[in-house]
Design a protein around this ligand. Structure first.
Ligand SMILES: Cc1cc2nc3c(=O)[nH]c(=O)nc-3n(C[C@H](O)[C@H](O)[C@H](O)COP(=O)(O)OP(=O)(O)OC[C@H]3O[C@@H](n4cnc5c(N)ncnc54)[C@H](O)[C@@H]3O)c2cc1C
Length: 417
């Protein structure tokens, strides 16, 4: 069977790999000159099944109001007359109950946890290299009063199979000695030993190479314009390089998926949430952490990628704008420098912005559509790197008519019906 995967981000490439491994003929189309060059390029690097906490929860709206307009705030919303934005916000608000949050967290964890084990198997099979560090993730807090609620959140994921340890300041430094030199006040943290980190772009690029070795054909520099349907089947994809046809299609265009789905009558509730990162060459290697970190107050993550440190975060809800305002980058850099004073010079820093494909419930959309041969693998929001391998694997199973290795209830488009 021939399958056409639309999008060569980490999700599209993982889909292509698992499809090829299952014996499909696979073609991948992407408008960029290589794999993983949009949102999968310079993300926070965390593989964090233990942090599958949906954005929407009981305190979310109050926190959002508190943050709005503050300089250096983790959240910025450019309110505009975009009906898609308003309907997305409304849907997010509906997910802000404790009950919805619990359901959504379990769904996110289910695919993230499966991804972690799928990634381990993939590593065994391929010996893929991507600056992996399996040293866990430490979430740290400046105020002692934050630790209780943080532990309650961690308990949810411990019950689902992701263990944690509560640490005081000395315990945090024992886990990550680079914190000893920090100028930031530390009250303590929660350590998640089974989480990992690694370079999502290096992984995507390497996996594309491995997939090409399995026979996958990558067509780069090709922009998808329209999906053509006849009855309940997709018959072709129109691109700026002509039409492509296959027996089955996987839509993995990240934040752009809803734009291509809408003309087919499919409403994918995905809205872009722009985030930023800086990648800092490390001058003094002992001055930078090896354990991946989450600064929960500022919503910034730190991941060591070889001799570089990636610091990422923030969410600007401003539509499809990928500009990089200097003030946002300066704010991330200031936080990084105060946490780790011995880092490299600001002049060598690489700033970046990417659009997280966010669903209102933070759960990705994976599975069938009303079109018999069109499958979705999109909407992975702030955890697409974490969820990539599991998502690619289950979508390959669904395309091939096989039962996936996890229960797919609540992960598909039908939950929005
Ligand atoms: C600041 C930031 C930090 C993050 N940190 C983490 C983290 O620590 N851990 C984690 O798990 N996740 C993280 N994420 C989220 C993660 O990066 C995304 O969920 C993931 O990259 C989404 O992958 P994707 O393949 O769906 O999208 P993309 O990587 O955007 O891939 C979509 C592809 O579709 C192509 N495309 C789009 N439209 C067209 C078209 N019309 N024609 C042809 N091609 C097209 C694009 O070129 C692109 O290559 C972070 C994101 C951001 C922004």
């Amino acid at each position: 069977m021939k399958t056409l995967v639309l999008g060569a981000g980490v999700i599209g490439v993982a889909s292509a790999y698992y499809l090829a491994r299952a014996g499909h003929r696979v073609q991948v189309i992407d408008r960029q000159p290589g794999a993983g060059l949009e949102t999968s390029f310079a993300n926070g690097g965390q593989i964090s099944a233990s942090h599958t906490q949906p954005w929407a929860g009981p305190g979310t709206l109050a926190t959002a109001v508190k943050w709005l307009g503050r300089p250096g705030s983790p959240l910025r919303i450019g309110f505009k007359a975009d009906p898609r934005l308003w309907s997305w916000c409304l849907s997010l608000a509906r997910n802000c109950t404790a009950g919805r949050q619990r359901v959504n967290a379990e769904r996110m964890h289910r695919i993230a946890h499966y991804s972690l084990s799928s990634l381990a198997e993939l590593r065994e099979e391929t010996a893929i290299q991507y600056h992996r560090l399996a040293k866990g993730i430490l979430t740290f807090y400046r105020q002692g009063r934050e630790l209780g609620p943080a532990q309650a959140r961690a308990e949810t994921f411990a019950r689902l199979g992701s263990p944690y340890r509560v640490l005081d300041r000395a315990g945090c430094i024992a886990v990550e000695p680079a914190l000893a030199r920090s100028e930031t006040k530390l009250a303590g943290g929660i350590y998640f030993p089974e989480d990992e980190s690694g370079d999502a772009h290096a992984f995507t690029d390497a996996l594309a190479g491995i997939s090409a070795g399995l026979g996958v054909e990558f067509r780069y520099g090709v922009a998808v314009k329209r999906l053509v349907a006849e009855g309940n089947r997709i018959t072709a994809v129109e691109t700026d390089a002509g039409a492509f046809a296959a027996d089955a299609y996987v839509l993995a265009l990240g934040s752009y998926s809803p734009l291509l789905a809408r003309p087919l009558g499919l409403n994918l509730p995905i809205y872009p949430a722009k985030g930023y990162s800086v990648t800092i060459p490390i001058g003094d290697l002992a001055a930078a952490p090896e354990v991946s970190l989450l600064d929960d107050e500022r919503k910034l993550v730190y991941s060591r990628l070889g001799n570089r440190l990636r610091v990422a975060g923030m969410a600007d809800i401003v539509g499809y704008d990928t500009s990089i305002p200097g003030a946002r980058i300066a704010s991330i850099l200031e936080a990084a420098k105060s946490l780790f004073p011995g880092l490299g010079e600001a002049a060598d820093v690489e700033p970046w912005a990417g659009l997280r494909p966010k669903t209102p419930d933070s759960v990705p959309i994976i599975g069938p559509t009303p079109y018999a041969n069109l499958f979705l693998n999109t909407g992975h929001g702030y955890l697409g790197w974490t969820m990539a391998c599991g998502s690619g694997r289950v979508v390959a199973d669904l395309v091939g008519g096989k039962k996936p290795g996890i229960d797919m209830a609540g992960l598909g488009l039908d939950r929005f019906a």
